[in-house]
Design a protein around this ligand. Structure first.
Ligand SMILES: [Zn+2]
Length: 308
């Protein structure tokens, strides 16, 4: 991720930082620079509030908290990550890697595994632990007072099942985390809470979250990445439409005889191997499976997909 946004809420008696960015000296310098532009320093931060348990949003929270002598507020869903992100990553990998590996022919499996190994170790350096004494909890769905303003907290799974966003009904401000960005968020693969050992189907949750956000009277979106948006409904409609269009394209390729994940991927993404695209394709397949339009069958040692 090239850039991530953090937001500062300035009240009469409190200064709140929303998300911290991932840990690196550049991130810290960028945060200090941003604060300096408004004649503030890290020491002015009273509280850090985290939207979801992704490295680019909370990796540096522990470091900022120490520098500012501040508490880090996380939802009860983010808390296990705040306490021990390494073991949570382990749990995630244990469902994520098999989700990909099942689609690859035997001779490719070790290459795929190695690729993921290096990807994950890269994340680890960008995530510093948070002193448990500095962690406080807010409810993932409810209300929170920040910098003297009352915000609605909405649990919006899909991109991450730990994700909450904050809505201020009095002025329409929406701190959207990664639920609403100018690009479509990816439905990251995570363990399913109901089915131990299985992965969730983030895209199904994401579609519901889109609907929920669409029903809010949003004026301004402050997203986790990219620029501020003022056309929330339009952005949602465009992204949902695109998801439906791509899902339909995927079905057409399957109907025309493409049965391997790799073949579908190469057709839909022109051989560019990137994780968000892989995750998105799994999302399209999840939608098609949910709608009983495709079925899976193991052939030649890997999972292949066929139209119903
Ligand atoms: Zn993000």
């Amino acid at each position: 991720m090239k850039t991530v946004n953090t937001f500062l809420l300035k009240g009469k008696n409190e200064v709140v930082l929303i998300d911290s960015g991932e840990n690196s000296d550049e991130s810290m310098a960028a945060l200090e620079r941003g604060l300096g532009n408004i004649q503030m320093t890290v020491c002015d931060i009273d509280r850090i509030v985290i939207t979801h348990a992704h490295v680019d949003h909370m990796g540096m929270a522990g470091r900022v908290a120490e520098a500012a002598d501040a508490m880090v507020f996380v939802s009860e869903l983010v808390k296990p990550w705040a306490l021990d992100h390494k073991s949570m990553w382990g749990q995630r990998i244990s469902v994520m890697l098999p989700a990909f590996l099942q689609f690859y022919p035997r001779e490719m499996k070790s290459t795929v595994e190695e690729g993921y190994g290096s990807l994950i170790s890269g994340f680890q350096n960008a995530w510093v632990p948070i002193n448990p004494d500095r962690i406080a909890i807010y409810e993932s769905e409810g209300r929170i007072e920040m910098a003297g303003t009352d915000w609605q907290v909405l649990h919006l799974p899909g991109h991450s099942k730990t994700q909450s966003a904050f809505f201020n009904p009095s002025n329409g401000d929406f701190l959207s985390a990664d639920m609403l960005l100018k690009i479509t968020p990816t439905p990251v693969i995570e363990p399913d809470d109901q089915l131990p050992g299985h992965r969730n189907k983030g895209i199904l949750e994401m579609m519901k979250s889109y609907e929920r956000v669409r029903s809010l009277d949003i004026k301004t979106v402050y997203p986790g990445h990219y620029e501020v948006l003022t056309n929330a409904k339009e952005v949602i409609d465009r992204q949902v439409k695109r998801i439906e269009k791509r899902t339909q394209q995927c079905l057409e390729f399957i109907r025309s005889g493409e049965s391997s994940f790799l073949g579908l991927y190469n057709t839909m993404y022109e051989n560019k191997f990137i994780l968000p695209a892989l995750v998105m394709l799994i999302g399209y397949l999840d939608l098609l499976e949910e709608r009983d339009q495709i079925r899976y069958e193991e052939r030649d040692g890997y999972l292949q997909v066929f139209p119903v």
